[in-house]
Design a protein around this ligand. Structure first.
Ligand code: ATP
Length: 234
């Protein structure tokens, strides 16, 4: 449903992404692996309309997204959960969630809030408290919830487990799987390759702005270069 073809993205004279192709299917998790600086964040930001690509196509169903502003990418059904979660600490949990619903029809906001409180009961308990007092794992739930408020078809997730304790990482990845199982397509960048491959359906590996491996998560787990680069010698 979301298709990225031959994407090129530059920062001035530095080309960060050179011809990336990736597909995100409804209900599936596509994992993007790669070393620091490989171009993963740049790819997500280009899809999200935060950095215009030099060339290439980004299509969501039959709509072209490559020249759209970020808010119009959200209305096409594609939302970014940024690296570092970026919750607004002084605002309450509920105010943060409402920010995510700014493109949604006003009469659907209350219903969406209730739906998110059912998925993440801890957010309901803390709804009137400042988001800055949530733990890292809870802030990641809030970041997911805020993105879900726009009723997306595809979620782009940039390192959702970053900075979280190992015990929480598995919980977050279980939530990612549950989000996909609800029918949403997920494109996730993650450093925790081994754990992330457990919940992923498809995987691409990016190096120096290019795709060097593309296949199922199962194939990635047994592909020698992926094993060597990301999974250790187990
Ligand atoms: P990381 O895991 O470190 O976030 P990444 O795979 O997400 O890595 P990007 O952040 O997309 O990589 O960076 C790709 C390339 O683009 C790198 O060479 C980086 O130095 C460069 N780059 C990223 N952001 C900018 C910017 N704002 N201005 C100039 N160059 C940038």
């Amino acid at each position: 449903m979301l298709r990225v073809s031959d994407l090129h993205v530059s920062y001035g004279r530095v080309t960060a992404v050179r011809g990336i192709n990736v597909c995100v299917r409804p209900g599936a998790v596509s994992l993007m692996l790669g070393a620091n600086g490989a171009g993963k964040t740049t790819t997500l930001r280009a899809i999200a309309g935060l950095h215009p690509p030099e060339s290439g196509e980004i299509t969501m169903e039959d709509q072209h997204l490559e020249r759209r502003s970020a808010d119009r990418v959200v209305t096409a059904g594609v939302v970014l959960v940024p690296e570092g979660r970026r919750v607004f600490g002084p605002l309450t949990v509920e105010e943060n969630l409402r920010l995510g619903g700014y493109t949604a029809p006003r009469d659907s906001v209350a219903r969406e809030l209730e739906r998110i409180y059912e998925i993440f009961p801890i957010l309901a308990e803390r709804r009137h408290g400042p988001a800055g007092l949530l733990s890292g794992g809870e802030q990641q739930m809030l970041a997911f919830g805020r993105a879900l408020m726009s009723q997306p078809k595809v979620m782009l997730m940039d390192e959702p487990s970053m900075g979280l304790a190992p015990a929480i990482v598995d919980k977050v990845l279980t939530q990612v799987r549950a989000i996909a199982d609800s029918g949403i397509g997920v494109l996730m960048v993650e450093q925790n390759a081994k754990a992330a491959l457990e919940v992923a359906d498809d995987a691409v590996v990016v190096a120096r702005g290019e795709v060097v491996f593309s296949g199922t998560a199962e194939e990635a787990r047994s592909h020698s270069s992926v094993v060597l680069a990301f999974l250790g010698e187990t």
